[in-house]
Design a protein around this ligand. Structure first.
Ligand code: NAD
Length: 463
């Protein structure tokens, strides 16, 4: 997608200037100074949303979809500018994906039993006001897809976004409230505070009017949310391995893996973070990666420099490296890589710090394995029990089945790039909240509901 960088940048600067974030009047389209006020406003609007017809909710959601499309370039640029992470073109694609594919009210399901004793329905109804914590890696995409799903289910939502992505989150929340008002709905269907902190997060998590918490982020936030003592949905970290065996189409595996790994500079939690390849095909795989897919083969010396640049001695990531492209990462260690360099690769053991750690950078270590069994064991170790995502390139259905059972992940892509799991070139709906930890899997409107049984005794069965 061709993006005129200078033009988009000037539009974004104009938008940011107009937003005048530091002087945003408290309460304007979902933005509050105080978390308690924000929750109060979301509570008021929830009373209206709860009683809205499904048609009315859809009217708001379809306007939100349209406006996400119209502002896709602006928010993509804002997210990259503010967080310093990711790729504008790919973030535009993610915005369009969210707008088109996030399920709305059609996702709500009814179960019915009908017989001599009458008719019983189980309906999916709203929780009320939901508290959501969002990451800096997919900031506006998560806010959009959470809000669409939560609103479709009759809820409103209070966000505590990552402090590194406040401006773009405020933009997204303003936009959705403006859509609600324009479509005849209330203001404050989604709210947040001007300055989100751990304190505002604690107020939100412990507030008695918030019955459901949804955490999208690393292990710290998921643990925090699940410790509060109320219902929590935990969409946590991953470290997805891609296993390649000798039955795979090796050339295509190289292409799929590099495409998946480099998407949005490896920020998605589902993206290939390392490869485990059986020894008989590892050189062929790396040959295609280097000669056809723009991969740079890092020497031992470059690997060492990368380790000391992208993380500290305790293994904590250098945030200045997360979500950067391969050329930038290489320039940080003194390597001027050729144009078109997309990914940094090397052969290494699974314990290598650039392999065992979830980097969220286009650095792909390739672990050799004696055979499929050895590869499976190594992939299982590398996933660290997150049960998040794993990928495989193989034409042996028995092995694919064994791998899927052993990995036990929310997502498992076979013979394709990881982003096929989000609906890019694969079947199914997208989401940016994958509840790996608590088991809901890919979240949608139905996830944000309570089940209610309605029983009509002795009537309405006409069988
Ligand atoms: P992060 O964990 O640093 O932050 C995520 C959010 O949690 C932020 O809003 C942050 O302010 C908040 N937070 C962090 N610790 C907290 C605590 N103890 N109490 C309350 N709030 C806390 O993550 P990030 O860098 O923004 O995002 C990257 C991480 O998120 C990666 O590990 C990635 O795998 C994961 N992620 C998972 C999903 C998923 O759907 N499973 C989606 C996106 C990102």
């Amino acid at each position: 997608m061709a993006v005129d960088e200078a033009m988009v940048k000037s539009i974004v600067q104009e938008v940011i200037a107009k937003m005048n974030i530091t002087e945003t009047p408290s309460g304007k389209h979902g933005i509050f100074k105080d978390m308690n006020e924000a929750i109060e406003a979301a509570k008021k609007s929830e009373k209206i949303v709860r009683n809205m017809s499904l048609d009315q909710r859809e009217k708001i959601i379809s306007l939100i979809r349209q406006k996400i499309h119209e502002t896709a370039e602006i928010t993509a640029r804002m997210a990259v500018d503010e967080t310093g992470m990711g790729n504008v073109g790919h973030k535009i694609m993610k915005n369009h994906l969210v707008a088109d594919g996030t399920p709305g009210t059609e996702d709500l399901k009814t179960i019915a039993w009908s017989g001599d004793r009458g008719l019983t329905l189980v309906e999916e109804g709203p929780f009320g006001v939901i508290g959501a914590i969002t990451p800096c890696t997919n900031p506006q995409e998560t806010v959009y897809c959470n809000t669409i799903g939560m609103l479709a289910a009759g809820n409103t939502v209070v966000f505590n976004p990552h402090p590194q992505a406040v401006k773009v989150t405020i933009y997204a929340i303003n936009l959705m409230n403006e859509c609600s008002l324009a479509a005849g709905g209330p203001d404050n269907i989604a709210v947040t505070v001007e300055k989100p902190t751990m304190e505002t997060s604690a107020v939100m998590m412990n507030h008695p009017d918030i019955p459901l918490l949804v955490a999208t982020g690393g292990p710290g936030v998921v643990k925090a949310v699940l410790s509060v003592g109320k219902r929590g949905i935990g969409a946590g970290a991953g470290n997805p391995p891609a296993l390649v065996d000798e039955t795979a189409d090796i050339r295509k595996a190289a292409e799929d893996i590099v495409n998946g790994c480099t998407f949005d500079n490896n920020l998605p939690c589902i993206a290939e973070k390392e490869v485990v390849a059986v020894e008989s095909i590892i050189d062929e795989l790396m040959h295609y990666m280097i000669n056809e897919q723009g991969c740079y083969l890092a020497s031992d010396e470059v690997q060492k420099k990368l380790v000391s640049t992208v993380m500290d001695e305790k293994g904590r990531l250098n945030r200045k490296c997360v979500g950067r492209d391969a050329k930038t990462l290489l320039s940080m260690v003194g390597v001027q890589a050729p144009e078109g360099t997309r990914c940094i690769i090397f052969k290494g053991e699974k314990e290598h710090p650039l392999i065992a750690t979830e980097l969220m950078m286009p650095i792909l270590g390739i672990v050799p394995a004696k055979d499929f069994d050895d590869a499976l064991e190594k992939a299982l170790w590398l996933e660290h029990g997150n049960r998040h995502s794993a990928h495989i390139h193989s034409h042996d259905v028995t092995r694919i089945t064994r791998y899927a059972r052993a990995m036990d992940t929310a997502i498992l892509v076979k013979n394709g790039p990881s982003y096929a799991a989000l609906g890019f070139g694969g079947e199914g709906f997208p989401t940016f909240t994958i509840a790996s930890r608590t088991g809901e899997g890919l979240t949608s409107a139905s996830t944000f509901t309570k089940k209610r049984r309605c029983v009509m005794v002795d009537s309405l069965c006409i069988r």
